[in-house]
Ligand binder design. Sequence first.
Ligand SMILES: Cc1ncc(COP(=O)(O)O)c(C=O)c1O
Length: 454
Amino acid sequence: MKTKKIFLSEKETPTRWYNVVADMPNKPLPPLHPGTKQPVGPADLEPIFPMELIKQEVTAEQYVEIPEEVQDIYKLWRPTPLVRAYGLEKVLDTPAKIYYKYEGVSPSGSHKPNTAVPQAYYNKMQGVKRIATETGAGQWGTALSFACAQFGLECEVYMVRISYDQKPYRKIMMNAFGAEVYASPSDRTNAGRSILAQDPASSGSLGIAISEAVERAVSDEHTKYSLGSVLNHVLMHQTIIGQEAIKQMEYAGDFPDVVIAPLGGGSNFAGISFPFLQYKLLGKRDVRCVAVEPASCPKLTKGVFMYDFGDTAGYTPLLPMYTLGHNFRPASIHAGGLRYHGASVICSQLLKDGLIEAVALQQLECFKAGLVFSKAEGIIPAPEATHAIAQVIREADQAKKEGKERTILFNLCGHGYVDMQAYADYMEGKLSDHNLTEAELTANLKELQPLQPS
Ligand SMILES: Cc1ncc(COP(=O)(O)O)c(C=O)c1O
């Protein structure tokens, strides 16, 4: 009889996070202070992050122990299942073997609680009262709201206006976990007010919402800021996904030829792929790691590798990354979590060094893939996750053309049950592809030149 799902016992869950920086041939360049253009030190970050997370951000250690309190909360949904997608393989009539790691079983329905819980924990340990954050699709805000509830922290969420309007149930989920939620841009911060003054109907962006949340943290001593992606420590927390998947693939007697995940800021991609990438970096096994971004926000495939701000107002340190410019306003596609102008520093460096790959896909192909998957496997994926599925289908079709077996692993990083409006719009023919013009692509890049170190 065929095995469909591969489970681990709670005892087999990894007890350490993996830090890929330790094994990278070229280490990431340091973040810079925008004024001095000197590398930022812990003191620069202290107003917004607790010290333990600042230490993790710069650590060179290969592994970091997961605190026992965090491991206990992880047990609410971890270990997550690894599933062999027999149904999808059949529909695609492919010789490829397809596996997916399902992170939609978490309390908020995505991979995001893997970092929300430790972030809330370290804030609590430092005596912080409130955490402010941004959210795009609503997934991150829900995850942090849940994590704050676990530790009795207050949570203040700036939700990108377009998602706030499209996804009312996400807001209600956050409220149910006890969080306050504001549509961004809001009139609660200088950053929000200045955007609203230029464009009262602004649909917002992750960059703007980050500015608002950071501003709240720096202007209140009891409030810290928390980011759901991009930063080194966030990516590291997510590596619990790939470490579990390695053990599960071992039980299945397999190892992937290719690991695929969508990329917004880089955390779920890092989470599933970095533990496998370690095999390649240490010269043990070859594996392709493919990040999939939306064609309407193609920082990895069409952006430039430069120092840029992580937010729109320019409050964050300058990060060396692939970017479309911090003022880039992505089209209002439904995969809200992928509408970010930059990519994590680590993912950017790995791409620059040719150690990972990137592709950009249009949303119609992705939603079509999402429905193929829903019918074949019975789970309706988050719009972000459909980007991985569309690439999986391309790889499986390629294997069929070549008549070759290949083992594909992807991260089903979230379910789409709170994203049904997106599917309604797709099925009613209301969505379209978005081809960026050269002018749109380059418009914001000119502003980056003065930000580079001299
Ligand atoms: C379900 C889902 N997948 C992917 C992403 C993209 O973010 P990241 O690249 O950090 O995983 C998001 C972000 O909100 C998300 O909600």
